[in-house]
Design a protein around this ligand. Structure first.
Ligand code: M6R
Length: 362
């Protein structure tokens, strides 16, 4: 059932190219620069929108953070992202002309459902982006878009994260085109990058041995810090969550620029700092932060796409060029890094202590 893999998590990491092909299937026309995703939101409604809100928890929240940055620039609309359990305080008083999008793999997360109910009662239209046909969220929202990733058994979300982001990226392009905020050629370029995801991710998966070696080499660090900018920031948050939940090591992810505002005090020669140095993540700025931690003798690992930062890193991993989708490819490196650190330590990877796949209590 695990298809020859030692854990479901590893199987699901390797299923990402296939999961993405399913998510993209029939939805992308990169030659025309158009996306067709079925939903009932009319062009008139999309043009009248004032705000898009994402509500989600955990990994799905990180997918929301990634997507929010794209929606903002592609669809020219105000976007806010909310940790579902905080929505009651942060969701605003008057969600009229607001579309609230719940991002949830299971469709059963209590915090996310309660945020959706609050949005709805305030007058917002609601949309679910989920992996689970017939789940509670699909019954409680006005409309549903399925990410079509296939079942995910491991508690750690992996293939569903990339499928959520790819689906939301397509939706951002569709909204951008409808709202006349996105030109055809930019849409084409981005869709070409989205189309390139399965192949680029496969190339990372094919080099798992290298990643495993690097993971084991740094596995005994006292703490792990993940840094990135813009789209790389969302990936840094996700990478830290993945590592901490399955390896039980201390891991934090933050915006690279925040390093000097506090976390730097924790950076010693026992720490490892992993950075997202890819396109869509302002690598030339983040590399300054890498130099800062290097001068505190921390171990530095970077995922790069142009290969020009290798000289400042203790370990580098190069991924194929893929424009704004590169941080998602870098994320696969971080998934495998987390997996191999945890495996090296003999952790129960598919069922980490204290965690459940679906959190149905508030
Ligand atoms: O089913 P959901 O996407 O709503 O679940 C939300 C979180 O509980 C979930 O993403 C959790 O953070 C992951 N399992 C962590 O890997």
């Amino acid at each position: 059932e695990k298809g020859g893999y030692e854990h479901y998590m590893l199987k699901e990491i390797h299923e990402q190219p296939q999961a993405l092909r399913q998510a993209l299937s029939g939805r992308v026309d990169e030659v025309a620069g158009e996306v067709s995703i079925e939903h009932s939101l009319s062009a008139e409604y999309l043009n009248s929108l004032d705000e898009i809100q994402f509500v989600a928890a955990g990994t799905s929240y990180h997918a929301g953070v990634f997507a929010s940055r794209l929606f903002e620039s592609l669809a020219d609309v105000r976007v806010t992202t909310h940790v579902a359990s905080e929505y009651e305080f942060t969701g605003g008083r008057d969600p009229w002309r607001t579309l609230t999008i719940a991002v949830t793999q299971s469709g059963e997360t209590a915090d996310t459902l309660s945020a959706i109910r609050a949005a709805k009662s305030g007058g917002a239209k609601t949309l679910a982006v989920t992996n689970t046909v017939g789940s509670t969220v699909t019954r409680e929202t006005d409309d549903t878009i399925l990410i079509q990733a296939g079942p995910e058994i491991g508690v750690a979300a992996t293939k569903t994260f990339v499928s959520q982001v790819a689906t939301l990226t397509m939706l951002a392009v569709q909204f951008g085109r409808t709202r006349n905020a996105l030109g055809r050629s930019e849409a084409r370029d981005l869709l070409e990058n989205v189309r390139g995801l399965p192949g680029a991710i496969q190339r990372v998966l094919d080099r798992e041995d290298t990643i495993a070696t690097q993971a084991v080499e740094y596995a005994d660090s006292e703490a792990f810090f993940f840094i990135g900018r813009h789209l790389g920031h969302a990936v840094a948050l996700e990478a830290a969550l993945k590592l901490k939940e399955i390896s039980y090591d201390h891991a934090e992810g933050f915006a690279a620029g925040e390093l000097k505002h506090g976390p730097l005090a924790l950076v010693t020669d026992e720490a490892t700092v992993l950075s997202v140095l890819t396109e869509g993540a302002r690598p030339e700025e983040t590399v300054h932060n890498v130099k800062e931690v290097d001068s505190r003798r921390a171990n530095t690992i970077g995922v790069t796409s142009q290969g020009n930062f290798e000289n400042v890193l203790d370990a580098a991993f190069e991924i194929p060029s893929l424009g704004r989708m590169e941080p998602l490819v870098a994320n696969v490196y971080f998934q495998l890094f987390a997996y191999h650190v945890a495996d090296h330590k003999g952790r129960p990877i598919d069922k980490p202590r204290n965690l459940a796949k679906s959190v149905t209590v508030q």
